[in-house]
Ligand binder design. Structure first.
Ligand SMILES: [Ca+2]
Ligand SMILES: [Ca+2]
Ligand SMILES: [Ca+2]
Ligand SMILES: [Ca+2]
Length: 350
């Protein structure tokens, strides 16, 4: 039952420059050296910054009401929607996250406190992408008023047990999560997780996962659990809207192929970090929560939407920014998400 070795590949696959430095420092992987990217300048204290990745998917139009908004001005902001991340824990006391943090569980050191501890802040980066607040400091996430839940399954050295992930999915069902965001992946399917993913989907939970970051010399197909048919598989694009592929200067490219559903920004993503800092991170780990956040905005407009209905809206090249060859293609799936298009295609509840 223990799948620790298998899941140890998860972090090597999904963690981005920022985190890989941590791994190399532990001597776990000497094959992924990469300098830590510079952090953005400290934000001014009087207004939130609008991050490029939020602007380009037009989340600010949904919650702000107009292009380049920096405040929540509409009722579609994710309030009341339960989103959980399954990750390394989260620095949920961060001033740009604390108001949205709603609870969770720690499977690594079992208790109800999934604080990120001794790790690389991967989960904190993921959480900020969805949930940074409109609080006139830092940045604003895709869905700035969600209920953020955190399930800690990955220990500070990057080890996880598949059973923790299984328990997390059951936790999500029992605690009535609307959306589960999974910024991890491995090369092989795990049968008992397939079963639980189906259960979660049947319970009405929208499932989202990153496609993976492997480049040449490694398999580039969409990884598991992104490859599961009920999980929305998300690849990464850069600010020029090309598939993330840093092979010239780094070591990874966004995994693609059959099963890729959507892409979202995933290079130089400014988000929450250690203490009350903001940092830049890259990888499909960051693209995944952007899509999860857009699903939260859709549910914010109509909480009765089913996961099938959400997928039907998003999996349509007319409702996304079609990149690459016309229509679905292996590198971009149906295209890049656009929160304004997505929410515009959601009807208000009757
Ligand atoms: Ca915009
Ligand atoms: Ca603001
Ligand atoms: Ca903020
Ligand atoms: Ca296309």
């Amino acid at each position: 039952m223990m799948k620790k070795l298998y899941l140890s590949t998860i972090l090597l696959v999904f963690l981005s420059f920022f985190s890989i430095g941590i791994f190399t420092s532990y001597g776990v992987s000497a094959v992924f050296p990469h300098p830590r990217p510079p952090s953005p300048p400290p934000p001014p204290p009087t207004e939130d910054n609008l991050a490029w990745w939020c602007d380009v998917v037009n989340a600010e139009i949904v919650w702000g009401g107009f292009e380049d908004a920096k405040d929540v001005n509409t009722a579609i902001h994710g309030g009341g929607i339960n989103v959980c991340i399954i990750d390394t824990g989260c620095n949920y006391t961060h001033l740009d996250l604390d108001d949205n943090y709603a609870g969770g569980w720690d499977y690594v050191k079992p208790d109800n406190d999934p604080m990120e501890e001794g790790g690389n802040y991967h989960g904190t980066h993921v959480a900020g992408t969805i949930a940074m607040e409109d609080n006139e400091v830092g940045y604003i996430g895709i869905a700035p008023r969600i209920n953020l839940y955190v399930l800690r399954v990955i220990d500070p050295l990057g080890w996880a047990d598949a059973e923790y992930i299984n328990k997390s999915l059951h936790w999500a069902i029992e605690n009535e999560m609307d959306i589960v965001s999974m910024s991890f992946g491995g090369f092989e399917e795990i049968d008992f997780l397939n079963v639980t993913l189906n259960k979660a989907y049947d319970a009405g939970i929208v499932l989202v996962a990153g496609s993976g970051n492997y480049y040449k010399g490694w398999p580039t197909n969409v990884m598991f659990p992104a490859s599961h048919p009920k999980v929305i598989a998300v690849g990464a694009v850069n600010s020029d809207l090309f598939r993330a592929n840093l092979s010239n200067t780094g070591t990874w490219g966004s995994c693609y192929g059959q099963g890729l559903d959507l892409v979202a920004p995933g290079v130089n993503i400014m988000t929450t970090g250690k203490s009350d800092t903001w940092v830049t991170d890259s990888g499909t780990s960051l693209a995944c929560p952007i899509v999860a956040g857009i699903c939260a905005l859709m549910l914010s407009k109509n909480p009765n939407l089913t996961p099938d209905q959400i997928r039907d809206i998003l999996f349509n090249s007319e409702n996304v920014i079609d990149l690459g060859p016309t229509g679905w293609d292996e590198e971009y799936g149906y295209g890049m998400v656009d929160a304004d298009f997505a929410v515009s295609n959601v009807s208000y509840p009757n």
